[in-house]
Design a protein around this ligand. Sequence first.
Ligand code: FEO
Length: 170
Amino acid sequence: MISKKMSASLNEQINKEIYSGYLYLSMAAYATSIGLNGFANWFKVQMQEEMAHAQKFYDYVNQQGGRIVLKAIDEPPKDFASPRDLFSKTLEHEKMVTKRINDLVKLAKKENDNATETTLQWFVTEQVEEEANPTEMLQKLDIVGKDGNGILTIDNQLATRVFVPPQPQG
Ligand code: FEO
């Protein structure tokens, strides 16, 4: 069993993960609107990852006898300044998610909730990748600058990303 406080905090995180998916789907739509279908593909895959994160939390809360309570999802922004802006905002968003995961770990430690702390370790590791991906993309985009050919080469690379469902823990 988990505490009511932990259950509520994990429910909140489900909402944030779904919001993350919504944000990335909005970014995909922007990319499509400016003709960058590879960027759009990357963000659609990112949306699938976020839904998988939400589902992981959902399954865990249920397993631990918590009660899932779904709340309204905030409206994501729809306008972005450039392809670079997409990854800049992604990095900013993922840093916020990392902070939330760290706060959840802090709460689990405080409550001596070893099961939740162990489950959260998967997310701690995942967040390293979640910040590394946009950081790498920003480096590449800074190299090509406004060069159209460079952007299209990156677009082709981003078109190859496929969704790989996360492996079960343990
Ligand atoms: Fe669910 Fe992008 O972290």
